[in-house]
Design a protein around this ligand. Structure first.
Ligand code: AMP
Ligand code: MN
Ligand code: MN
Length: 331
């Protein structure tokens, strides 16, 4: 992120009175934390803010102050538009389709397409909220208790509780700083990563009952029938991918979630040294080397073999892994 872009972004926000903030569909903790963190900070500086997420806020983030303000579509006019935690505009779910090019794109995906007028993208950052934590003071915006809670939520969830390989001392220092500003780490950790509904556990059971291991890939599907039987309200995997990626001796974990008769959502997670973002890109998706996703317009039965084949191809032979990494198991 260059200083000029940061200065331009600060000026753009300073001059704007009505600001639209947008995050990605099927939001995770970083999407919601970035949306609310930036939104509340702008409000605290006296701006009128509309926070938009096409899929709304999942129940596991309703405890965050400001979550009730999030709406599904923008309405009215805006002086500035900021998109957070999105690698491309499609990820907003079409809510910006009839609006001008966004002013700001604040993100940490290596696959980011620099789609805005000003792009503040840092792939080294563990979460978009980590970038926001350094930008808010540059923008002259306050980090009060509610903003700190939102930012810490993104930090905790995108690092899966500080367990991902990219977790740095700076990320831990930021967590401490946000705690000092009033964010409750244990509560945010529990709500964002640990506490799950009974329906989510039943959905896991359905997926885990069909768990497969092909070579060094662990994978399973979640169907529409599974969701119905479990009484699970969302179309996501209820974080089942985190369970699959904790299996020892596995290089890549995959969960394939049926969205409709002709559409699936795929999540990949990889051990260090393997880049699943490249696989996701082949299917029109994106993400990070260690965690990526894509959507395919195919029935689940047709999608599964294609996904497995592409993933097998991307698996390096053991000797191709960097020294000492073939035996490493993480989280
Ligand atoms: P998920 O598997 O949905 O938890 O996503 C893993 C990572 O990949 C996250 O950083 C997402 O933002 C990103 N991602 C997931 N789906 C897509 C997609 N369709 N296009 C671009 N990035 C995606
Ligand atoms: Mn995200
Ligand atoms: Mn993120």
């Amino acid at each position: 992120m260059d200083r000029t872009s940061i200065r331009q972004a600060a000026e753009r926000l300073r001059a704007a009175q009505r600001v639209l903030v947008v995050c990605h569909i099927r939001p995770d903790g970083d999407a919601i934390g970035s949306l609310i963190g930036l939104g509340l900070a702008l409000q605290a500086a006296g701006k009128e803010v509309q926070m938009v997420c096409a899929d709304g806020v999942p129940g596991s983030f309703h405890h965050l102050k400001g979550s009730r303000q999030v709406v599904g579509r923008p309405s009215g006019d805006f002086d500035a538009c900021c998109v957070v935690d999105c690698s491309d505009l499609k990820r907003t779910g079409g809510v910006l389709d009839n609006l001008p090019q966004p002013d700001l794109n604040i993100d940490h995906h290596i696959t980011n397409l620099a789609f805005a007028q000003i792009n503040l993208v840092d792939p080294q950052a563990v979460s978009t909220t980590q970038i926001l934590a350094s930008l808010l003071p540059e923008f002259g915006l306050p980090v009060n208790e509610a903003v700190a809670a939102a930012l810490l939520t993104g930090l905790v969830t995108d690092t899966i509780g500080f367990r991902t390989q990219n977790t740095t001392p700076a990320a831990l220092r930021l967590a401490a700083d946000l705690m000092e500003r009033g964010a409750n780490l244990s509560e945010l950790y529990y709500r964002g990563l640990v506490g799950r509904s009974f329906a989510a556990a039943r959905l896991w059971a359905a997926g885990l009952s069909r768990l497969q291991k092909d070579d060094r890939i662990a994978w399973c599907t979640l169907t529409r029938e599974d969701r119905k039987a479990a009484g699970y309200p969302g179309k996501d995997d209820a974080d089942l991918i985190n369970i699959l990626s904790s299996i020892e001796g596995i290089d890549i974990a995959i969960v394939i979630v049926e969205q409709s008769r002709s559409r699936v959502k795929v999540s990949w997670r990889a051990q260090p040294g393997i880049d699943v973002a490249q696989i996701a890109l082949r299917f029109g998706g994106g993400g990070h080397p260690a965690a990526a996703g894509a959507e395919l317009n195919l029935p689940i039965d047709e999608a599964v073999p294609l996904i497995l084949e592409a993933t097998q191809e991307a698996l390096p032979q053991p000797e191709a892994l960097p020294d000492g990494q073939a035996e490493i198991t993480i989280i």
